[in-house]
Write a new protein. Structure first.
Length: 76
């Protein structure tokens, strides 16, 4: 195997640094959307076991629909 030239190493380094900079700028630009996505992800992880428990509740061998299980008892 022949050794890599220094220009190839420099080009690779420039491409990596540019990619990291672009990724950072995109994350910063879309930070509002990313924060909502992160919050939604956490809420879905927390709500999944709750939905599983509510699906187990049966009245006369019928379970409540998912829409009713997910809304809970809110006064609105």
């Amino acid at each position: 195997m022949e050794n890599e030239r220094s220009t190839d190493k420099l080009a690779r380094l420039i491409i990596i640094l540019a990619s990291v900079a672009i990724a950072f700028l995109l994350c910063r630009y879309f930070s509002g959307v990313l924060s909502y996505l992160l919050i939604a992800f956490v809420l879905s992880l927390v709500g999944q076991p709750v939905m599983g428990l509510l699906r187990k509740i049966r009245i006369k061998w019928k379970a409540a629909p998912d829409g009713i299980c997910s809304t809970g008892s809110t006064n609105g």
